[in-house]
Design a protein around this ligand. Sequence first.
Ligand code: ZN
Ligand code: ZN
Ligand code: ZN
Length: 152
Amino acid sequence: MHAPADLVSTLRDRGLRMTPQRLAILSAIMHTPGHISPTALARRIQGEMPGVNPSTVYRTLALLEEIGVLAHAHLEGGAEYHRAEEAGHVHLTCSRCGAGDDLSLEEATRLQAMIEETHGFHADLTHFAISGVCETCWNSVDRTGPKPARTR
Ligand SMILES: [Zn+2]
Ligand SMILES: [Zn+2]
Ligand SMILES: [Zn+2]
């Protein structure tokens, strides 16, 4: 189990001791691609280090966010964390199957510009996911039902 050396020194610079729990949490996060929910992370840590209190995990997550290591976003199932440098995207989450997809900031620019033009509002589209229906769920909808009557 290890955490990147630069992170360990970042924490040390902030006067934070690298406890075994913090190390386990850091290492789990750094080895998780994409997002992880606080409860899923707590479960994983407890699998590795029985006896770790979930609240310790949640506090450490908040702390890591405070110093800029992590960032959270609100997805279909609640807040999830990813590494701050990977947080620059807009989340699309399917409200039926939970599948996620991402928009790059570049792709989101037009939407952002439209909101700004029409409302003068500077949207941070990365913080909350856009909820909807994914392509697979959309296509699996039964379209063989009665068709609307044609008028001609
Ligand atoms: Zn938030
Ligand atoms: Zn994300
Ligand atoms: Zn779906």
